[in-house]
Design a protein around this ligand. Sequence first.
Ligand code: NDP
Length: 464
Amino acid sequence: MSSTMYDYDLFVIGGGSGGVRAARISAGHGARVALAEEYRMGGTCVIRGCVPKKYMVYASDYGHKLDEARAYGWTVGKGKFDFGRFMSRMHDEVSRLSGLYMSGQTGAGVEVFEDRAELVDPHTLRLVGSGRTVTAQRILIAVGGTPWRPSPAELPGVEHTIDSDGVFELTALPRRMIIIGGGYIAVEFAHVFAGLGVETMLIYRKDKVLRGFDDDIRDRVQQGLIAAGVQLVTHSVPNRIVRDPAVWLPLEVSLDNGSVVRADQVMMAVGRRPATEGLGLAAAGVETGAAGEIVVDAYSRTNVSSVWAVGDVTGRMELTPVAIREGHAFADTEFGGQPRTMDHSTIATAIFVQPEVGTVGLSETDARAAFGDIDIYKTDFRPMKHVLNGSAERVFMKLVVRAADEVVVGAHIIGPDAGEMIQMLAIAIKMGATKTQFDETCAVHPTMAEEIVTLRTKSPPRQA
Ligand code: NDP
């Protein structure tokens, strides 16, 4: 397996979730592995994504918890949030994790270059910082994605905005924040900032956020944003941003609906793109798609026989656990003698709005399109905890069932800890559980999750 013709058996570009997993497992299988990371070990998830974002979600949720505690008899003074102290603790934790990612690699025998690597040809890489050239029998590209923003020609003044990377570098809370977009990142950060007391506006180009999700979830997330105090502007996009540092809210955003709004921070959350620019893909002959993504097959093979790619850079599913599994499958296939592919079906996901969304499988609309006859079971209730504390927050649960064989093909939850619930539910749905098997499962009482096994009445289909 090992070839002395090359410096390494495997060279991984990118120290994020997919890359480190592939490198560590390949080294464990006996391969001589090197990995290059140009920024910080851990990649998007650890450094400027899932992990720090979730800490920000926790931070903003504590404000609600203080109010709830009062209703439960606690005397709680007027809470005050110290953004600087929180961010410093959060960055310390991110640094700790990044260190663990590094030691995990070196401990597994992976040689790590803290440098940018670019392809020179199908077996050769140039380390940009050191100028060194190395060769590898196999190259795995796991460079992830990067926030996308329109060009200054498309949106004059866009240089005055930040993106999700910029959020983690803020040194002070904005007074007023405008977020552009209606995907995961936009809705999660709208809740974060609103929860931290920032006047928050979300501007979305269509009618309803979270395109592609179940419509009942989309309705409720939209209502939830408004309930959290987010000012929601739909059917609008910015067409000019002007900065005047002399005024209290220095950014003036003109919208295509004719209105003008002001803020001291504008965040663009309009999607991410594969980070393939300047990577040398053309030099190595690696094929890319329309958005710059690396085209791969089920085994993460590119069109070049010595080059593979995993994670966000492939544009398959931009989720950390997916990248990890793709990387692991690659390592087992190429170095472990256990060829296997990643199963991309029925992957659960959570959106950390407040309260959370947990979703797995098909939406009602997609299930109807796929199977025709489906049954819907829904419940919408006030959780026990909130009955006592007066919160108006509700829980919504929905099962999508294929009528022909009663198999549950989708589950959608919005409520506290929905992300935790959906992970468990995903096991049953992945196993092909039927509605009858859900019904036969005895409830855990008193919990919110018990409702999922006590749904007995079919709901009418949603009207389009
Ligand atoms: P998304 O692609 O999910 O959403 C982009 C949003 O921006 C959409 O609402 C889109 O509108 C809108 N948009 C796109 N182009 C423009 C434009 N030119 N002008 C105005 N609006 C525009 O991207 P995100 O950046 O939110 O997230 C990227 C990915 O990261 C997600 O798909 C997800 O896989 C991953 N992620 C996962 C998280 C999790 O698991 N909790 C958290 C955060 C990210 P439209 O709907 O009309 O296309």
